[in-house]
Design a binder for this molecule. Structure first.
Ligand code: SAM
Length: 244
């Protein structure tokens, strides 16, 4: 049985898709997705030998070597152009996820859906999606084993006219109850802000406490850079308080 986190990702895959799971480690997601019939074919990509071997073993033990191809490589390098229609990248930092997408842009041709689960730094992922005309269609936030995870589903916009339309970009972020800056929406997630749940509040209340303690420690410093940092943190704290 998959963890709630991985199950959420699997549930957001398009039915019958061909997908690549990048940084697959134990390949639990590809195995569950092909077994349930959610995916017709999967690539499990891994850059490191240990997790690559774990993936190979898992796929062989599941008897799924016909439907799951385990490949060694960095990021999207394991995919041939046009080979998959969806990509999952889960369980790593948002900055790494964004850099994998950025470096693999040529492999995104024909990909209709991304399901991304940054452990931290969700704002890097949202910023990348927005910049590259991926539409953030759904976001979820969930808690499992005392950790909080964000899951994002993004769809490629195929209409070139709409892709380049600034209004469309604005529309992507509409639905927020409170008028807030774009930066805050990228940080917290526009869809999560529009329909916040208990986990969302728990996450940001804890982040706010952390921010306040950093702010207090820089506040005692006379350095000019600390003054600037303090001003930034104060602004962010105030904005967060407005949402919470
Ligand atoms: N995706 C699984 C999950 O969510 O449970 C495994 C997450 S695991 C913490 C992150 C995996 O990403 C590691 O196995 C690591 O080797 C792999 N990884 C890190 N950078 C990568 C890259 N550039 N390309 C492919 N895999 C990468």
């Amino acid at each position: 049985k998959l963890s709630a986190r991985l199950q959420h990702i699997a549930d957001w895959l398009p039915a019958g898709c061909r997908f690549a799971d990048i940084g697959s480690d134990h390949a639990l997601l590809p195995v569950a997705a092909v077994r349930s019939g959610r995916a017709a074919f999967a690539i499990a990509g891994e850059v490191n030998d240990g997790p690559l071997e774990a993936a190979r073993r898992q796929v062989a033990e599941a008897g799924e070597t016909g439907r799951i191809s385990v490949r060694k490589g960095d990021g999207l390098a394991v995919i041939a152009p046009g080979e998959v229609d969806a990509i999952t990248i889960a369980g790593m930092g948002g900055a790494l996820i964004a850099s994998i997408l950025d470096e693999g842009q040529a492999k995104l041709v024909g990909v209709k859906q991304l399901v991304l689960q940054p452990n931290v730094g969700g704002e890097f992922v949202r910023r990348w999606l927005l910049k590259h005309d991926w539409y953030l269609v759904e976001e979820a936030i969930l808690e499992e084993d005392g950790k909080i995870y964000e899951v994002m589903k993004a769809e490629a916009r195929t209409d070139a006219g709409e892709q380049n339309n600034e209004l469309y970009r604005e529309r992507e972020l509409e639905g927020c109850q409170v008028k807030l800056t774009r930066e805050l929406q990228l940080l917290m997630g526009p869809r999560l802000m529009a329909a916040p749940n208990e986990v969302f509040f728990a996450k940001w209340e804890s982040e706010l406490r952390k921010l306040e303690s950093i702010r207090q420690s820089v506040a005692t410093s006379a350095l000019e850079t600390s003054r600037q940092k303090e001003a930034e943190l104060t602004r962010l704290s105030e904005q967060l308080k407005e949402v919470l």
